[in-house]
Ligand binder design. Structure first.
Ligand SMILES: NC(=O)c1ccc[n+]([C@@H]2O[C@H](COP(=O)([O-])OP(=O)(O)OC[C@H]3O[C@@H](n4cnc5c(N)ncnc54)[C@H](OP(=O)(O)O)[C@@H]3O)[C@@H](O)[C@H]2O)c1
Length: 336
């Protein structure tokens, strides 16, 4: 099968190569998925570049030795291992992500995925939309539904409202009845408003941390301000969700600000909550129901063919994607 393989860290254009490799076989509890689409997320560019270096030192980025990257997947069940409740031909979407940045397998024609990290794609939802909704959709859902139980009338600010996670977070918070403020650049204001944000702030003109408005929840997907400054925009019982590894390179990138947010929370002055991205069958099913009902949709910036995965990852590294970046895999040859 064709796959995007990496054997060292570096810029995507230099280290990602399209190669013929052996097709994986599904083990017990696993599903072999004929990939039709994947999407690019923060863990993918981290795994490709090996930056921030601190994650390498912690052993949280697997050594790049002939590995296939990519975690989000949408496709068709080709074969199943023992004890799997999907049938051949089912349309499924899900994740290979583990919290250790071992994103292995989705940028390929076939991949083996644990069945509990897959859910059926609902009728009317395409492969690209499904793939775009895995990490971004689940991360936003975990933040807005679980980390804080966003309710009718709450004031929610989403910083980085026009990115992959932000576009879902704005829609979900609005769906749960919140009064949403989206912070994004000038060219994305209308798009974010169209997703359900009642207010939009153009960060090139206005610094939301300097304003007089106070929010019950701030989901910070950018961490471009020190967390103590961002917290100034919180209502007295407000919750800050720091959610960014940052855009910089070097040893730490945004990890330093995440640590500062942790100290801020530990000092007891601010309710700081970190939010996971748990692509369980249950969470994927919740996302699929929201997609099927039209409550949310995936915003897709651009779709790249598999052989242009390096360009797709480089696009993500620009940190100005408008929604999600998708990789599309044609139907390909039938399996022998
Ligand atoms: N909790 C988890 O497990 C988990 C999982 C996935 C991702 N994440 C985190 O979530 C964050 C967001 O991910 P993503 O996929 O949404 O990233 P993304 O798609 O790369 O975000 C790009 C967006 O950020 C916006 N942006 C850039 N600079 C900005 C600024 N100064 N102020 C406001 N917006 C700005 C850009 O808008 P403009 O083009 O308008 O500038 C662009 O639309 C990442 O940092 C990642 O670390 C966490």
């Amino acid at each position: 099968m064709r796959a995007i393989v990496q054997d060292r860290y570096g810029p995507p254009g230099e280290v990602l190569e399209l190669k013929e490799i052996e097709r994986p076989a599904p083990g017990p509890g696993e599903v072999l998925v004929r990939v039709r689409a994947s999407s690019v997320n923060t863990p993918d560019w981290i795994a490709v570049t090996g930056v921030p270096y601190a994650l390498r030192l912690q052993g949280r980025v697997r050594r790049a030795a002939n590995v296939v990257r990519g975690s989000d997947v949408a496709g068709i069940v080709e074969a199943v291992g023992a004890g799997v409740d999907f049938g051949v031909g089912d349309r499924v979407f899900g994740s290979l992500w583990t919290s250790r940045f071992v994103t292995a397998g989705a940028f390929a024609e076939f991949t083996a995925v644990p069945a509990e990290r897959l859910a059926p794609i609902p009728a009317g939802v395409g492969f690209e939309e499904a793939a775009a909704s895995v990490m971004s959709g689940v991360t936003a859902l975990c933040a807005m539904r679980d980390t804080v139980d966003v309710r009718e009338g709450m004031k929610v600010l989403v910083n980085g409202a026009s990115g992959g996670v932000g576009t879902f977070a704005v829609q979900l918070a609005a769906h749960f009845g919140a009064e949403v403020t989206g912070v994004c650049g000038t060219s994305n204001l209308d798009m974010v408003r169209g997703l359900g944000a009642r207010h939009v702030i153009d960060y090139t003109r206005t610094d939301f941390t300097e304003g007089s408005e106070r929010y019950d929840v701030i989901l910070d997907n950018v961490l471009n301000h020190p967390p103590s400054r961002t917290a100034r925009a919180l209502a007295p019982d407000g919750v800050l969700i720091p959610n960014s590894i940052g855009n910089g390179g070097g040893l730490l990138a945004g990890l330093g600000r995440m640590a500062r947010a942790r100290f801020l929370g530990a000092a007891g002055r601010v309710d700081v909550r970190f939010s996971p991205s748990e692509a369980s069958r249950e969470n994927l099913t919740a996302v699929s129901e929201l997609l099927a009902s039209g409550a949310i949709r995936a915003v897709i910036d651009r779709s790249y063919p598999l052989e242009e995965t390096a360009q797709a990852v480089a696009h993500m590294l620009g940190h100005h994607a408008r929604g999600n970046i998708v990789i599309s895999v044609p139907e390909g040859p039938q399996a022998p």
